[in-house]
Design a binder for this molecule. Structure first.
Ligand code: URA
Length: 432
């Protein structure tokens, strides 16, 4: 088999067989196929797409391109959750304690943030003492004893995705539905999930800008999951504005606590309960989604969810005192108020600009090697649809320097309109 013939086939919009896809992935990972040929193939896939069988075969070949995680020592159906990425997305840290509280084991591997989106691991490291590296035994024991554990991805998990993602990033081929679907699903399958709930973000701050595109991505991922015997549900949710009121690591941990105590923003709470309920149904704990949603809501009201969160933090070496005293989280020195330039209504908040403003002030990384300041963040006081008068506070930038560029970006992110715009629902659709 020769790579040039396979590029030629895809360029002519023919489909690739299972053997051909396996040949491509194994030879790319072992450096026998050079980046320039893989770039050409990625661009051909970008323009001509792939059929469902090709995407399932690509996912399978990528998932088994390196180490895989064996979760068989954990009893029960292991359900994983994945978000396609957004700004202010702290739902994993809300959803996992909810699901663990009803006895669905969660053994989750998460990533770090890069660019304008934050990563769950970075958020957890805002907590004093929290360890994101556990031995395999500690990881399994914690899931069996506490019901949940969350660690960084092992270095050799899905090496094909690590190489290919870097290449796509540099060749303008990231936003291809078959390539995104196989990238996400290969990581879920390699991390040992029996069932998967996907949060597919739609809107200006997401890869998928329209519901139609998101529905296509969600449907492909659900069908890949099913073809590989992993029951999969995709929730399509709004990312036209940042999720919740807080962006930044310590800020988002604070908001997680607020939601788990029943004091959180309505939409963030609703999305978290929706994802958790689908996970609990896939985990076999409830027969219906409605029953699961009602029970999940009770876990917030009766304190079980926040207690599970504290238990999880302690089990991974973290000091849980901040849960009852949020001042114990890292605090920035400066708190700059960004005010409305005129009377009106918040018409739109550009999530990408808010994410970039937080990153530039120190909450995220421009390159992989950059350090993070966990105390830096943004509080969004006004959200889409809110009425504001000239001089009202739109947002607060918490930082440790002057960060005038970030202040400008936050102000730019807010569109103040003369007419009130209805804020959209948080959950658009569910594909199963
Ligand atoms: N998230 C991933 O893990 N991969 C993609 O290709 C896009 C988003």
């Amino acid at each position: 088999m020769r790579m040039i013939d396979l590029i030629h086939k895809k360029r002519n919009n023919e489909s690739l067989s299972k053997d051909e896809i396996e040949f491509i992935i194994s030879n790319y990972v072992s450096d026998n196929i050079p980046d320039y040929q893989m770039s050409a193939l990625s661009m051909a896939i970008f323009f001509n797409g792939m059929n469902d069988d090709e995407v399932a075969n690509l996912t399978h070949a990528m998932a088994f391109s390196g180490e895989t995680v064996d979760l068989s020592p954990i009893k029960g159906i292991k359900v994983d959750k994945h978000s396609s990425g957004g700004v202010g997305d702290k739902t994993s840290l809300i959803v996992l304690p909810l699901v663990a509280s009803v006895g669905v084991p969660v053994a989750k591997m998460s990533g770090r943030g890069l660019g304008h989106t934050g990563g769950t691991l970075d958020k957890l490291e805002a907590i004093e003492g929290f360890k994101i590296e556990l031995t395999n035994k500690e990881f399994i024991d914690n899931v069996n004893n506490v019901g949940m554990a969350l660690v960084g991805q092992t270095a050799n998990l899905v090496p094909a995705d690590k190489k290919l993602y870097g290449l796509r990033d540099a060749t303008s081929t990231v936003d291809s539905i078959p390539l995104i679907a196989s990238s996400i699903m290969s990581k879920k399958i390699a991390s040992g999930a029996d069932a998967i709930v996907l949060d597919v973000k739609v809107g200006s701050g997401a890869f998928m800008k329209t519901i139609e595109e998101a529905r296509k991505l969600g449907s492909i991922m659900v069908s890949i999951g099913k073809s590989l015997n992993r029951n999969t549900v995709a929730v399509l949710s709004n990312m036209d504005e940042p999720l919740g009121h807080e962006v930044g690591n310590a800020n988002e941990i604070m908001e997680v606590v607020q939601v788990l105590k029943g004091q959180g923003e309505k939409k963030l709470t609703e999305l978290s309960l929706t994802l958790a309920s689908h996970m609990a149904v896939l985990g076999g704990k409830f027969d219906s989604y409605d029953e699961a949603y009602a029970e999940m809501s009770k876990l917030i009201e009766n304190g079980q969810a926040i207690n599970k969160f504290k238990e999880f933090i302690s089990a991974q070496g973290g000091n849980p005192e901040f849960v009852d005293n949020l001042d114990k989280l890292p605090q920035a020195k400066n708190h700059f108020e960004i005010v409305s330039p005129k009377d009106g209504y918040v018409g739109f908040i550009d999530a990408e600009k808010i994410g970039l403003a937080a990153m530039m002030a120190g909450a995220g990384r421009k390159t992989k090697a950059d350090p993070i300041d966990h105390s830096v963040g943004i509080t969004l006081k006004a959200k889409t649809g809110d009425k504001v008068a000239k001089g009202d506070i739109l947002a607060i930038l918490h930082c440790n320097s002057e960060d005038s560029e970030s202040k400008t970006l936050i102000l730019d992110a807010y569109e103040i309109s003369n007419e009130q715009i209805e804020s959209k629902d948080i959950v658009f659709d569910v594909i199963s």
